[in-house]
Design a protein around this ligand. Structure first.
Ligand code: CO
Length: 215
């Protein structure tokens, strides 16, 4: 219970500090939200996206699941995406993966973890498709790091294929799609692919993917 009590105590402190610098901090945000970003990240507790990017309340719409997956059949994610793009009109949709991702690691091995194996099937497929490139790396850690990147790129591609994004682009609208990787060891975010905002750029992404080169 001690850990839980700490959450409430920290919350009081957060409120006190926010009101000290701005007495209307919460009042102004209560009416509506106008976030610039939708971030799709991993559920990993070491990747608190708002904290590590300094995003204030109201700035970032967030969806997190294991290994930041974008499935065309995921009603949860698609609802978040549709609301963010069509109602909130976010400018940027970011897929943010991270090094040392347990979901990606699990997909590299043969061990079974039960239900979650189904969730990781997409990463196993990425691993299989890139087995030649990944096999050329000298160490397991390099393979692991590269698969984290390939997974993010795959999910950016998956996003670009959704009707929500396709319809927005056809009408000449945003969002721009981006892929990033967070390094848990040094706390830094690294860009992987930025400003994918039309089908030509998606094609370039696929070409680079096929050649197995960086972006
Ligand atoms: Co993860």
């Amino acid at each position: 219970m001690e850990n839980l009590r700490r959450l409430f105590a920290n919350n009081r402190q957060f409120v006190d500090e926010a009101l000290q610098s701005d007495p209307d901090f919460f009042k102004r945000r209560a009416g509506k939200q106008e976030p610039h970003f939708l971030l799709i990240g991993c559920a990993d507790s070491r990747v608190p996206v708002e904290l590590l990017t300094g995003a204030a309340p109201g700035e970032m719409f967030v969806h997190r699941n294991i290994a930041n997956q974008v499935f065309p059949s995921d009603l949860n994610l698609l609802s978040v995406l549709q609301y963010a793009v069509e109602v909130l009109d976010v400018e940027h949709v970011i897929v943010c993966g991270h090094l040392q991702c347990g979901g990606v690691k699990a997909a590299m091995g043969t061990e079974s973890y039960g239900l979650v194996d189904n969730w990781l099937a997409g990463i196993r497929e990425v691993y299989r498709r890139h087995s030649a490139e990944l096999g050329a790396y000298a160490t397991e850690e390099e393979r692991f790091n590269r698969l984290v990147e390939l997974n993010v790129l795959r999910q950016v591609y998956q996003l670009s294929r959704t009707p929500v994004v396709q319809n927005a682009w056809k009408r000449g609208r945003r969002p721009m799609l981006h892929g990033m990787v967070y390094d848990i060891k040094d706390g830094l975010l690294r860009e992987l692919v930025l400003q994918v905002d039309n089908d030509e750029k998606v094609q370039a992404l696929l070409e680079a993917d096929r050649r197995g080169v960086g972006y």
